[in-house]
Ligand binder design. Structure first.
Ligand code: UD1
Ligand code: CA
Length: 471
């Protein structure tokens, strides 16, 4: 069976961070995750990840998804792969893909195409290469009339070798059994005193085995990040790449400022994305929606013609023709049915909101089930938490919740219930009833004048123009 070894031992000193470099994110996902998903997309799912610097952070991130091996000293790329020998020996029958955990743009197509060359040429090793205008810093591919003879690192190269523009991407296919034997032959006799994985090419040839190169059309597969500036450049490239894909699918962008759409997001044709909108993984957006400006959508499913105007929404779903905003926070596990309107300064959490309901302004609805065509007045609050437990509120279809109603959970309101403004609902309300909870209003005439006279002896009452009037 084919397997993969991903090198993720590097620190990335120039990042100036206490984190392994492959965990730095490009478009919301660690670079390591991009590399893992390229393997998975190419149907290589038996993976071992080589960790080194802050290896426990790699384990924590992977959370047991894949095997890891520790390289406790950083002695070169060949030495890193040697740490995977027990993993390789579990099944020596197939091929092993070696990838760098900090070059996120390797893709499944390149991996598959290189494997075809690797197999048809019956190679012990096939290196994936690309041509760069500026090859500085990369290992150069030394071609011969019939194939390749080796890879020379920048620090070991002479002038003629430095002029070569075809470089090593750091990705390879190996016949697993040959890889194990070649690793045993690598020495650290070079300018950096490291065990170079690249030496496997010339070693294979001197062992009478075939070595080949697959040149990728896509030079982006080479790109990695050595510092924060490189990381920003990777993010910029990935961001525009995703936006271009959506443009082809009929999504509209009037300007791309501050728009970040993560890789797996799906968006229907005719949807317009306005500046400052971030759409994160797991989101599926319907057609003809209008999203933004300044909106965050994470792991949400949206129907068609949804309008989110300055909204933050997480782990929730919205039906067709829902309109929300501005300044609305939709917290996880909320479902909003079609035609519903949510207005400014509303927070919803773990609730189901029925069709054509309106929550127009300044409300908190948490842990609640609200029916269809309900009108929730301004300032309505579900009092869902007593400091120990969270409980639910239920509101029946066609109800009208007056402004500043408090619903003390657990409480159930029937169908077409009215609550008077300011009511605190502490018990269930039957269908078609009005609940009113108010003291009798008293009017104490002349109160203000009496108060001022007794306290300060006169009544200078502002007239609103910064002047005062004596009474
Ligand atoms: C390596 C290749 C070079 C290629 C380049 C592509 C070698 C000797 N050279 O060079 O031909 O053009 O990648 O980017 O292989 N790593 C470890 N442990 C180590 C050393 C490295 O895990 O002891 C990991 C790094 O974290 C990184 C990858 O291996 O993910 C590549 O290492 P790096 O030091 O960047 O190799 P280069 O010198 O750039
Ligand atoms: Ca590198």
């Amino acid at each position: 069976m084919n397997k993969a070894v991903i090198l993720a031992g590097g620190q990335g000193k120039r990042m100036k961070a206490d984190m392994p470099k492959p965990l730095f994110k490009v478009l919301g996902e660690p670079m390591l995750e991009w590399v893992i998903s390229a393997c998975e997309d190419a149907s290589v799912s038996d993976i071992c990840i080589i960790k080194g610097f802050k290896g426990e952070m790699i384990d924590e991130y992977l959370n047991g998804r894949y095997e890891t091996a520790l390289q406790s000293e950083r002695l070169g790329t060949g030495h890193a792969v040697m740490q995977a020998i027990p993993f390789l020996k579990e099944d020596e029958s197939g091929n092993t893909l070696v990838l760098c955990g900090d070059a996120p743009f390797i893709d499944a197509e390149t991996i598959r195409n290189a494997l075809v060359i690797h197999n048809t040429q019956q190679n012990a090793v096939t290196v994936i290469t690309a041509e760069l205008d500026d090859p500085h810093g990369y290992g150069r591919i030394i071609r011969t009339a019939t194939g390749i003879s080796g890879i020379v690192e920048e620090k070991d190269a002479n002038d003629a070798q430095k002029a070569v523009k075809e470089v090593n991407s750091g990705a390879y296919w190996f016949r697993t059994s040959d890889l194990i034997s070649l690793l045993g032959q690598i020495t650290n006799d070079n300018a950096q005193n490291e065990y170079y994985l690249t030496d496997t090419i010339s070693l294979a040839i001197s062992n009478g085995l075939n070595a080949g190169a697959y040149k990728s059309e896509n030079a982006q597969i080479i790109r990695g990040a050595n510092d924060r500036k490189d990381l920003l450049a990777l993010n910029d490239y990935a961001r525009m790449n995703v936006i271009e894909k959506h443009l082809l699918n009929g999504v509209e962008f009037l300007c791309t400022d501050g728009i970040i759409i993560e890789r797996s997001v799906k968006i229907g044709a005719g949807t317009q994305i306005l500046p400052g909108t971030i759409i994160r993984r797991g989101s599926v957006i319907g057609e003809n929606c209008k999203l933004g400006p300044n909106t965050i959508i994470e792991n949400c499913t949206l129907g068609n013609r949804v309008n989110l105007y300055t909204v933050q929404a997480f782990d929730s779903s919205m039906g067709d023709d829902v309109a929300i905003g501005p300044y609305v926070h939709i917290r996880p596990n909320t479902s909003i049915d079609e035609g519903t309107k949510i207005g400014d300064f509303v927070e919803l959490k773990n609730s189901n909101i029925g069709k054509k309901t309106a929550i127009a302004h300044l409300a908190y609805i948490g842990d609640s089930d609200i029916g269809k065509r309900v009108n929730v007045g301004c300032g309505t609050v579900t009092v869902n938490y007593d400091g120990i437990e969270k409980r639910r509120c239920v509101i029946g279809d066609n109800s009208f919740i007056g402004c500043n109603t408090n619903l003390i959970a657990p409480v159930k309101l029937g169908k077409a219930v009215y609550t008077a403004a300011g009511t605190t609902v502490t018990k269930d309300i039957p269908d078609y009833a009005l609940a009113i909870d108010r003291g009798t209003m008293k009017v104490n005439e002349g109160y203000t004048i009496r108060k001022l006279k007794s306290q300060i002896g006169h009544t200078h009452i502002g007239n609103g123009n910064g002047e005062t009037q004596k009474q």
